[in-house]
Design a protein around this ligand. Sequence first.
Ligand code: IDP
Ligand code: MG
Length: 156
Amino acid sequence: MERTLIILKPDSLQRGLVGKIITRFEEKGLQIVGLKQVLITEELAAQHYAPHKGKPFYDRLVRFMTSSPVIVLALQGNGVIEIARKMMGATFGFKADPGTIRGDFAVSSSFNLIHGSDSPESAQVELALWFKPEELHSYDLANRVWTYDFSNGTPM
Ligand code: IDP
Ligand code: MG
């Protein structure tokens, strides 16, 4: 099954929204396979946001991400990368649709609560950047047979 990297940014913790956001993913049926709190170094922020280097908001973004701890999550599920991106909503809080995490809890263009990998390629790179192999867990959830339809042998 697919995995994705989620970061609850410093504003999620400062605003007391960590529980609410994680609950949304759990209630959707996505499986937590890694979770930790990290105070990001500038080096890690630079590696993570390397694709944005040179953009006008880059320096502020690195400062923001290193200003206070974050929560990093690895989520697993069929199509989890696209599902998580949809649940996050559009990048700018003021543009994100109601019902999404950013749409319901954020108004800012930069303080937008959450990061999620945007493709299988970036998920692979980001999971390896943020988690050691032993920090990611493979295990069966007891309710998996009610979360997915296994009547065909594979989860649908
Ligand atoms: P995403 O987080 O929705 O994938 P990206 O375009 O990858 O959006 O941008 C990474 C992060 O950089 C955003 O989540 C946001 O915090 C910040 N950001 C992106 N565009 C802007 C901007 O135009 N102004 C200020 N901050 C921005
Ligand atoms: Mg992005």
